[in-house]
Design a protein around this ligand. Structure first.
Ligand code: GLN
Ligand code: ZN
Length: 754
């Protein structure tokens, strides 16, 4: 007999209740108590849904107000001094760490934020300074346990394990990871003891860092931590849960440890099955088999899954599990009332995945022909008719189409003369605040409550206002503001054949930010010119350069739910050809600077170095080059990347052959700069000097310092000055104040230089 489990569940609520309540709390429109009630209702709903679907290992403590790493930091008392000194209550300290704080009690920046492995979810980077004393500092886990028990639901608390916590943390003031091993062991042991005392049957310790490339020392550390933590085994069973890949470096070591169950990923873990076949699975332990894809939204092919499960080496028990937390997929297909049934039958979001897990269990335990045949019918025929024109075009691509001429150095000379920009040119990343009014108008237009003409007039008014404002404060390269765009991927998707869209399929990106990735349904091609009208309009208003603004093919693909029936490379090339048409149209319309955002390029970099080139970078770089290789040497191509650690792929970023790149740097202490210098980075760079993911306004002095720091690493001629990302999530007041400070700081530094 098999049982069923999931690793975690979306905590957003059916109608994004958590987001809206949190935002109200930030604006002091509701009390903490009211916020807690919303959260509690979401948790209860989630548990009941899972129970109804017959999930037997239901997670608790997978809920979070902002981020599970931040929760873990709080649990372990890893609260840096600057936040303690604010003297705020527990919840507000938590939010200060997440978003920064500017108010009566002080002025501090948020913790650094990074992408969670190869997902578009962002976690807050725990920061150890010398004031940190690790202690068990939580009621959350126990409160949620109790809350579930009161609902008559037994849960499996989920906790990020000490190894992953340490691997993802940063260490300041000379403190080191090893200074904390012993205290961490104590705290996790105590935690297990306390869970045992509460009769918890299973606890899930998440250790996704095990799927990355590990050194011998890493494995030793893992063993050291867990040998000690698991020494005095209590009643509670401990599940070591991994996801986002396989544990090839440590499998033989970890199965020796005193865990009761191992959660392995069979979806992204290419080697998982081989590891089991080669080294066997301990006979007395339970295998949690991650077979339902927690990241993509397509129905599972039961035949394949059953084959896999039936061919596993003999185990004591196999539990049917998701491959990772379901927080990376939307809540339910049921909310998609606009999609045809013929489409919906192919989709599976979190709630549908619960049912798939149960059905697989039933099929495994005893055969249900009807369920099985209904599932298999989905895979008998192609979903739609292919667009052979596109695939032909891709087959015929020539080398020259991936190779921009002349060389970047030569182009730089031409562009310097042609564009005649000041030293340290200032610009922004593209979007300006999407106010309630902007969203309201777009919504009304979508619902056909206002005419196309009135909507266009409204957008033009916005563009006009902001062009005048940008000129007035002295920004050098202007943008039109992206007011017509709901989202940098969805907007393009809407203008491409082959894409379909959802109404309510939100996925958490960070904290209270959610994205609604479109779905690649069929071969992609451009329907019509997408951005040319707005960009040309903006350019007609100013003597200064307006930067055209496009989303690049890799980002469009990475922020969509991709197809599984053709390769990612093929899909990226299809999108690249569509965006190439747009680049050439903008150029013909007289736009001399074009930014092709690759915000998400780093995101899908395989977790293992050996896969970087062959599985990803080779085609990702080519897809980007395909987009811009045909433009004139005079046209300056920019790109932009956000939140990520791309230090390791700096040479690859140069290969994109853009003329200028802007990127996030302000939250990561500009550490990327020395790497740029070391690798003789050629592309001009705009390291962000203002953290736009926080409502805090940076002072002129702060920005001057940031610029000065940049200039100690890079020659002024190579540097652009800009915020670290688009401003659409910010309010108008803070945006204007911050940008004014940026321009003022830049002008002051320029004076010193000339
Ligand atoms: N041009 C986009 C904007 O400014 C870039 C956003 C992003 O990098 N995520 O909103
Ligand atoms: Zn960005």
């Amino acid at each position: 007999m098999s049982r069923t489990s999931i690793i975690g569940f979306p905590r957003i609520g059916e109608n994004r209740e958590l987001k809206f309540a949190t935002e109200k709390y930030f604006k002091k429109e509701i009390s903490e108590n009211e916020l807690q009630i919303v959260a509690s209702n979401i948790r209860k709903q989630n548990w009941h849904l899972q129970k109804k679907a017959d999930i037997e290992f239901i997670p608790s403590n997978d809920f979070s107000f902002y981020d599970q790493m931040l929760d873990t930091a709080i649990m372990l008392n890893v609260v840096p001094k600057r936040y303690k000194e604010l003297n705020l209550n527990v919840l507000d300290t938590y939010f200060a760490m997440a978003r920064g704080y500017q108010g009566e009690n002080g002025d501090v920046k948020a913790l650094s934020m990074k992408k969670w492995f190869n997902t578009n979810y962002h976690y807050l980077v725990p920061e150890f300074d010398k004031t940190i004393k690790i202690q068990l500092n939580t009621t959350k886990i126990f409160d949620e346990l109790c809350e579930a028990t009161l609902q008559n639901i037994q849960t499996k608390p989920v906790i990020i394990g000490p190894f992953t916590f340490l691997k993802l943390a940063t260490f300041k003031d000379g403190v080191k990871s090893q200074d904390f091993y012993e205290d961490l062991i104590k705290v996790y042991s105590l935690l297990l003891e306390k869970l045992s005392a509460r009769n918890v049957n299973w606890v899930q310790l998440d250790e996704p860092s095990l799927v990355c490339d590990l050194t011998k020392e890493d494995i030793e550390l893992f063993k050291h931590l867990y040998q000690s933590i698991l020494i005095r085994k209590e009643k509670t069973h401990v599940l070591l849960q991994t996801y986002f890949g396989d544990v090839r470096d440590s499998y033989q070591d970890i199965i020796q440890l005193n865990f009761d169950g191992f959660g392995l990923d069979f979806v992204e873990g290419k080697e998982t099955i081989n590891l089991l076949n080669q080294f066997d699975f301990p006979k007395t332990k339970i295998l949690f088999a991650g077979v339902i894809n927690g990241k993509n939204i397509w129905r599972n092919n039961y035949q394949k899954t059953l084959d896999l499960l039936r061919n596993l080496p003999n185990c004591f028990e196999v539990i049917i599990n998701s491959s990772c937390s379901l927080q990376h997929v939307p809540l339910t297909v049921k909310a998609e009332t606009k999609l045809a049934d013929s489409v919906k039958q192919h989709l599976s979001f979190a709630i549908e995945k619960l049912i798939e897990i149960r059905e697989i269990k039933d099929l495994l335990n005893h055969f249900h022909a009807k369920t099985f045949e209904k599932n298999q019918a989905l895979f008998k025929f192609p979903r739609t008719k292919a667009n052979t024109k596109v695939s032909e075009q891709i087959k015929e691509l020539t080398k020259a189409e991936f190779n921009r001429q002349p060389s970047r150095k030569q182009r730089r000379e031409i562009q310097t003369k042609e564009l005649n920009l000041p030293l340290l040119p200032t610009t922004t990343i593209g979007s300006f605040p999407q106010t309630a009014e902007v969203r309201k108008q777009r919504f009304a237009y979508k619902k056909e409550r206002i005419s196309k003409k009135n909507y266009a007039a409204f957008i033009k008014e916005q563009i006009n206002k902001w062009i005048i404002w940008q000129e007035s404060i002295g920004i050098d390269v202007l943008v039109h503001g992206e007011f017509e765009r709901n989202d940098m991927v969805e907007y393009f998707g809407e203008n491409l054949n082959g894409y379909i869209f959802t109404k309510n399929a939100w996925v958490q990106s960070y904290g209270n930010r959610f994205v609604k990735p479109p779905i690649v349904w069929n071969d992609v091609s451009r329907k019509q010119a997408i951005t040319v009208t707005w960009t040309s309009y903006a350019q007609s208003l100013s003597e200064k350069y307006i930067k055209g603004m496009l989303t690049g093919p890799v980002t469009i693909l990475n922020w969509s739910f991709p197809r599984e029936d053709i390769s990612l490379k093929e899909q990226a090339y299809q999108i690249a050809l569509a965006i190439r048409e747009e680049v050439l149209d903008l150029e013909s319309a007289g736009i001399s600077i074009i930014q092709i955002d690759e915000a998400a390029l780093r995101e899908k970099l395989p977790l293992r170095k050996s896969d970087w080139q062959s599985e990803y970078l080779d085609w990702a770089v080519k897809a980007f080059c395909l987009v811009h290789s045909q433009v004139s040497p005079k046209t300056q191509i920019h790109t932009h990347m956000c939140y990520s650690e791309f230090e390791e792929i700096i040479p690859t970023i140069d290969l994109l052959d853009a003329d200028v790149i802007s990127f996030e740097a302000s939250r990561s202490d500009l550490s990327i700069l020395s790497k740029l210098r070391e690798s003789n980075f050629e592309t001009l760079v705009g390291p962000g000097v203002y953290d736009i993911h926080s409502p805090r306004i940076p002072s002129v002095k702060e920005i001057e310092e940031a610029i000065e720091k940049i200039l100690t690493y890079l020659p002024a001629k190579q540097v652009w000055i800009n915020p670290d990302c688009g401003l659409k999530t910010r309010g108008i007041l803070e945006t204007k104040a911050s940008l004014k400070n940026i321009v003022q700081a830049t002008q002051a530094i320029r004076k010193q230089l000339t």
